[in-house]
Write a protein that binds this ligand. Structure first.
Ligand SMILES: Nc1nc2c(ncn2[C@@H]2O[C@H](COP(=O)(O)OP(=O)(O)OP(=O)(O)O)[C@@H](O)[C@H]2O)c(=O)[nH]1
Length: 183
């Protein structure tokens, strides 16, 4: 099983469509049915987890419930998950992370990455929307530091992509194949 996770609106559905040719789009009404969506792809299960973090119009309790469901889903399936792709918005993430830190909170992306690592699930961070980013290297260095990824592991953890424009998806696919847990 391969899981895709990330904050709401980072481009998960767009990316999964680009990689698999399958639509995983939910109805746009937030909070209604935001269960994990599973598709079959090359004999594997690919799961699009609901977006976590702040979504406008969603009460805090609903956001918390979604987060709990995601955590439970991952814990329940940890042995079967061969790879996690954490999608972040390369344009928005640095600012969001800094805002959370200023409030004294652990940014949700950081928490989530560390949660996956604790469960020893191989994890790739797809840094999406790089078409909107000027200095991609700086963003990746920033994220690596915040996520606690050692320098020597940066290249096998972060992949800059643009899902919308189909940019660098071959590199992502290659890394997915390399990193996934082979049983
Ligand atoms: N500029 C740019 N926009 C993108 C890119 N990828 C996705 N988007 C846009 O970002 C918005 C959100 O994309 P989705 O694929 O719906 O995001 P999602 O993460 O599945 O969102 P949720 O369903 O809320 O979890 C859409 O308007 C996409 O067109 C990208 O690489 N570059």
């Amino acid at each position: 099983m391969i899981i895709f996770a990330g904050r709401s609106n980072v481009g998960k559905s767009t990316l999964i469509f680009q990689l698999t040719g399958k639509k995983v789009k939910r109805g746009k009404r937030p909070g209604v049915t935001r269960r994990p969506i599973e598709i079959e792809w090359r004999g594997k299960r690919v799961v699009d987890l609901p977006g976590f973090g702040f979504m406008s119009g969603l009460p805090k309790e609903v956001q918390e419930r979604i987060k709990d469901e995601i955590v439970h889903f991952i814990e329940d399936n940890a042995d079967r998950i061969e790879l996690a792709v954490l999608v972040v918005d390369g344009k928005a993430a640095p600012e969001i992370i800094e805002r959370w830190e200023k409030r004294g909170e652990i940014p949700i992306d950081v928490e989530f990455y560390q949660f996956l690592r604790e469960l020893e699930i191989p994890t790739i961070v797809a840094v999406n929307k790089i078409d909107k980013v000027k200095n991609v290297g700086a963003v990746i260095n920033f994220l690596a530091e915040k996520f606690g990824v050692p320098y020597g592991e940066v290249n096998e953890t972060f992949v800059p992509i643009s899902a919308k424009f189909g940019k660098n998806l071959d590199a992502l696919k290659a890394l997915m194949e390399k990193k996934r847990r082979k049983s």
